[in-house]
Design a protein around this ligand. Structure first.
Ligand code: PGA
Length: 247
């Protein structure tokens, strides 16, 4: 059985005080068996770690592609590791589009994660124009190949992939179960081609893009959808916990 999980991505939201309240709320509503990862802003990581118990892991939303040095404002993977952070999102479409991160940069970030025992949550997905041109599968393949360059079989086992079609992020428009399942099945088959079928079968592939309590269950019933990366709805404890419980 592969691991199913719901991960929250708070993006650039919440003050420390709001973050504390939100985490306490999530903790109180989560049942004993549910677990989750919440990716909070860098500034909140240490405080958040103090609040959570072993049902909630605190992750980062990004990591630098550089190891250390004169990179003002950047946060290195070994800094996250020294805080005890075990997960980091890499290659989110907002990083790619607003901060011009290329597949090559995403690949460098992945390798820094591996070198520092951080499990990367690799995001990929196509724009609306690419989907309208019916090029989404070849685009996903290109992203996978470039982002996973020089990743070996041992390292790939640590990667969680999040398929996030850009047109569904923060727009309220979710991919249909069929659209998401098609992309997930394709990603799994590409992982089998690049590595092997056992690795592909064990890989956790999350869907992201306007996941809500009302659509989570149907998405999670698809055979290749192993959970979700949740943005907006992870800022509301009741909604986020309802999504987690839909797994
Ligand atoms: P959304 O964001 O759930 O608000 O669409 C998802 C994401 O960006 O990871």
């Amino acid at each position: 059985m592969r691991k199913k999980i719901v991960i929250g991505n708070w993006k650039m939201n919440t003050t420390i005080e709001q973050a504390i309240n939100l985490l306490v709320d999530i903790k109180e509503n989560l049942d004993d068996v549910s677990t989750t990862i919440v990716c909070v802003p860098y500034t909140h990581i240490a405080v958040a770690q103090e609040i959570v118990d072993d049902r909630i892991a605190i992750g980062a939303q990004n990591v630098s592609q550089f190891e250390k040095g004169a990179y003002t404002g950047e946060i290195a993977a070994n800094m996250l590791q020294s805080l005890g952070v075990e997960f980091a999102i890499v290659g989110h479409s907002e990083r790619r589009n607003i901060f011009n991160e290329s597949n090559e940069v995403v690949n460098q970030k992945l390798h820094h994660c591996f070198q520092n025992d951080i499990l990367p949550i690799l995001c990929l997905g196509e724009s609306l124009a690419i989907r309208k041109n019916k090029q989404h599968l070849s685009f996903i393949k290109e992203q996978l190949t470039a982002c996973l360059s020089n990743v070996n079989e041992e390292q790939i086992e640590d990667v969680i992939i999040a398929y996030e079609p850009i047109w569904a992020i923060g727009t309220g428009e979710t991919a249909s179960v069929e659209q998401a399942q098609e992309a997930h099945e394709f990603i799994r088959s590409e992982i089998a081609n690049m590595f092997n079928a056992t690795i592909a079968n064990q890989m956790t592939i999350l869907y992201g893009g306007s996941v809500k309590p009302t659509n989570a269950k149907a998405l999670f019933q698809a055979s290749d959808i192993d959970g979700a990366l949740v943005g907006g709805a992870s800022l509301n404890a009741a909604d986020f916990v309802a999504i987690i419980k839909s797994i």
